[in-house]
Design a protein around this ligand. Structure first.
Ligand code: 13P
Length: 256
């Protein structure tokens, strides 16, 4: 399938950055710069910024996502936010399984699967993060690790629901380090993920899934990454906090 038919998606993951006032300012600055984008454009923002983000982005092509959700709809889960709560205020996307949630906050393949399940049930689009550590890459088990992460997260996800799943391949060693996977490394893993999806759902379904790359993607390296046949855009951390840099990445994906 022509990757332009899948349509790349550039998603900014702000992580724990920016206040509601700063959210409004950055979205107002970014909106005109990405208005004509020929790719999906998403900002995944901290929970307290969601309302400001939704208001600032209203009527534009910029979609808003959260960075996590809990798997239960309600209950005694202090500090958590449910997928249905996100949906109710107008959020469309949610990141699940980011490596920072896995390494710093105890997420496992199983809890990531529960979060993805809840997000899909609530009608959200899931951005599922997978990726190997440096040690795993050095042991040459990257593809095994990524296959296990993907397979467990998608257990119970139907072919119809797969249309609301984006996979973000984010090698842990490339996140926030300035080290980027080479375009060939990114494409190789993304192609492997698509191969797994073909085993699970058939080739046509696999060909329609957006598979991003993430990890120190920036205005300078985006064009080469998104030009790869199996790299359908990116999940952008640091560079998504600067309107001009983010817009340059969106432009690269629009043209790639
Ligand atoms: P950086 O772009 O800052 O490396 O972060 C990538 C990331 O973790 C996006 O989710």
């Amino acid at each position: 399938m022509n990757k332009q038919l899948r349509g790349p998606v550039i998603a900014g993951n702000w992580k724990m950055n920016l206040s509601p006032a700063e959210t409004e300012a950055l979205i107002k600055e970014t909106k005109p710069l990405v208005a004509g984008a020929k790719c999906g454009v998403v900002f995944c923002v901290p929970f307290v910024d969601l309302q400001a983000a939704l208001e600032a982005a209203a009527g534009s092509n910029l979609k808003i996502g959260a960075q996590n959700c809990h798997w239960e709809a309600r209950g005694a889960f202090t500090g958590e936010v449910s997928a249905a709560m996100l949906k109710e205020i107008g959020v469309e996307y949610v990141i699940v399984g980011h490596s920072e949630r896995r390494t710093l906050f105890g997420d496992t393949n199983e809890t990531v699967a529960c979060r993805a399940r809840a997000a899909l049930d609530a009608g959200l689009t899931v951005i599922l993060c997978v990726g190997e550590s440096l040690e795993q890459r050095e042991r040459d088990i990257t593809m095994e690790v990524v296959r296990v992460q993907t397979k467990i997260a998608l257990a119970g996800v139907s072919k119809a629901e797969l249309a609301r799943v984006i996979i973000a391949y984010e090698p842990v060693w490339a996140i926030g380090t300035g080290l980027t996977a080479t375009a060939a490394q990114a494409n190789e893993v993304n192609r492997g993920i698509r191969g797994l999806l073909a085993e699970l759902y058939g080739q046509a379904a696999a060909d329609s899934v957006v598979i991003q790359y993430g990890g120190s993607m920036n205005a300078a390296n985006a064009a080469e990454l998104v030009a790869q046949p199996d790299v359908d855009g990116g999940l952008i951390g640091g560079a998504s906090l600067k309107a001009a840099d983010f817009a340059a990445i969106v432009k690269a994906a629009s043209e790639g």
